[in-house]
Ligand binder design. Structure first.
Ligand SMILES: [Zn+2]
Length: 388
C-alpha cells in the first residue's frame, strides 16, 4: 500500500477506550468484553474467530489482508480487580479524563491497546489492500496464569490449528520504548547448617544454623554488578528465612528462599555460580571457628530470560517507523517492568516486542494512560502495517 498517510481520529480511539473501560472485565470475566469486540469486528465485515479452552474464557483472533507476512497485534482483555475503591477519585468503571490522561480500571493496562487495535481494524477493513496480513489477537487470562489465554493460542499454533505469526507486537506498557526482552525468574532454596543441641548447651555443643544463614544473607543481599542494555540489572532478593525448629533447641538447619530475576545471557547455573562465588569464601573464613560454614543450593523454579534481537529485521523496521513519527530512535530499556505474555511467544519461537503507552498506577488507584502516547502507539502500529 506504500507510504500513504492514514489519519487516525483520536476522538474515536479515546471513545472506544472509554467504552471498553465501562465493560468490567476482571480476569475470569472476559465474556462480555469479548462479545463486544467480536460484534464490533463483525460490524466491520470481518470474520473474528473465538478460540477457547473453556467456554467462558474466550480469546478472539481476527485476520485482515490476503497475503504477505503475518503480523500479530496482541492485547489482553482482562484487568486486575479493584480492591482499593476508597483510594480512587471517581468510579473506576466510569472513565473520566483531563487534558493529559484518561482514567479508569484498565485504561493503561491495557484497554488502550485494545482500542488501538479496534480502530486500526476499522481503518483497514475498508481498504484491505495490504502487503502483509494483520492478525489481531485479543486474549483473556493475562493477569492470572495465561492458561486460558496466550498459552491456549500457542498450543493451537503448535498443533497447526492457527497459523504462526511471523512477528507479534504486544500493547502492554512500554512508555514509547521498544521492549524486546524480558528477565527470567529463578527461585533457589539455600539451606545453611549447624548442629542441634538443647538450648542450655548452645554454643558448647550446639552450632546455630541461623548464625550461618545470617552470614550468608549479608553476602547475598548485595547488588549484582552487571547491566543488560535491554532489561537492566539481574536482581536477587532473599525473601524468606525459616527453621523447622522447636524454640527450646538450637536449630541444625535454616533455609532461605531466594527470588532472582536474571537477564538474557544468564541461566540458572550462572545464578548458582554467582551464589557459590559469594558463599564459598565464607567456608574458608570460618573453617576453624566454632560455627563452621556449610550450605546447600536447590533450584525450586526456573523460567529462562527471553529476547528478540534488536537487529531482527521486523524489530529494526518497527524502530524506524517509530523514529519517523517521533523524530528519534526509540530506546529499548524500560525500568522495573514485570513480565508479559511475550515470554510465552518467544518460547514458541515467535519473535515479538512490546510497544505501548505511557501511564501510571496500573493495578492501582486512579489508573491512567497518557492520551498522546496512546495515539503514538496507534499510529506506529498502523504505519508499520501500511509500510510493508
Ligand atoms: Zn497488562
Amino acid at each position: 500500500m506504500g507510504n500513504d498517510t492514514v489519519n487516525i481520529d483520536s476522538e474515536r480511539v479515546f471513545a472506544t477506550l472509554k467504552r471498553l473501560i465501562e465493560i468490567k472485565s476482571v480476569s475470569g470475566n472476559e465474556e462480555e468484553i469479548a462479545a463486544f469486540i467480536k460484534n464490533f469486528l463483525n460490524g466491520l465485515g470481518l470474520s473474528p474467530v473465538i478460540v477457547s479452552k473453556a467456554d467462558n474464557r474466550p480469546n478472539i483472533i481476527c485476520t485482515i489482508g490476503e497475503s504477505g507476512p503475518l503480523i500479530g497485534l496482541m492485547g489482553h482483555m482482562d484487568t486486575v480487580d479493584v480492591l482499593d475503591e476508597d483510594h480512587w477519585t471517581q468510579d473506576p468503571f466510569t472513565p473520566w479524563e483531563d487534558e493529559r490522561f484518561i482514567y479508569g480500571r484498565g485504561a493503561f493496562d491495557m484497554k488502550c491497546g485494545l482500542a488501538a487495535m479496534m480502530c486500526i481494524a476499522e481503518l483497514l477493513a475498508k481498504s484491505p489492500n495490504l502487503n502483509c496480513r494483520l492478525m489481531l489477537m485479543f486474549v483473556c487470562d493475562e493477569e492470572k496464569s495465561a492458561e486460558f489465554g496466550t498459552k491456549t493460542i500457542i498450543q493451537r499454533i503448535e498443533k497447526g490449528m492457527i497459523e504462526k505469526p511471523d512477528f507479534v507486537i504486544n500493547g502492554e506498557e512500554s512508555h514509547g520504548h521498544i521492549r524486546n526482552a524480558e528477565r527470567g525468574m529463578c527461585k533457589l532454596k539455600v539451606s545453611f547448617f549447624g548442629k542441634s543441641s538443647h538450648t542450655s548447651q548452645a554454643r558448647r555443643h550446639g552450632v546455630n544454623a541461623i548464625v550461618n544463614a545470617s552470614r550468608g544473607v549479608l553476602e547475598l543481599e548485595k547488588d549484582i554488578d552487571h547491566f543488560h542494555e535491554c532489561v537492566g540489572r539481574p536482581l536477587l532478593s532473599v525473601n524468606s528465612i525459616s527453621t523447622e525448629n522447636e524454640t527450646n533447641k538450637v536449630p541444625a538447619e535454616c533455609s532461605t528462599i531466594i527470588d532472582a530475576r536474571i537477564v538474557p545471557g544468564m541461566s540458572d547455573s550462572d545464578l548458582i555460580a554467582l551464589v557459590m562465588q559469594r558463599l564459598d569464601p565464607l567456608k574458608k573464613k570460618y573453617k576453624d571457628s566454632n560455627v563452621p560454614f556449610n550450605y546447600t543450593i536447590d533450584v525450586l523454579k526456573y523460567t529462562r530470560p527471553t529476547l528478540t534481537p534488536l537487529d531482527h529485521p521486523l524489530v529494526a523496521k518497527f524502530s524506524s517507523v517509530v523514529e519517523s513519527i517521533t523524530g528519534s530512535r526509540p530506546a529499548c530499556f524500560v525500568k522495573d517492568c514485570g513480565c508479559t505474555d511475550n515470554r510465552l511467544l518467544r518460547k514458541a519461537d515467535i519473535p515479538c516486542i512490546v510497544f505501548g503507552p505511557e501511564g501510571y498506577a496500573d493495578h492501582g488507584p486512579d489508573e491512567r494512560v497518557d492520551k498522546r502516547s496512546v495515539m503514538l502507539m496507534t499510529q506506529a502500529y498502523l504505519d508499520f502495517i501500511l509500510d510493508f
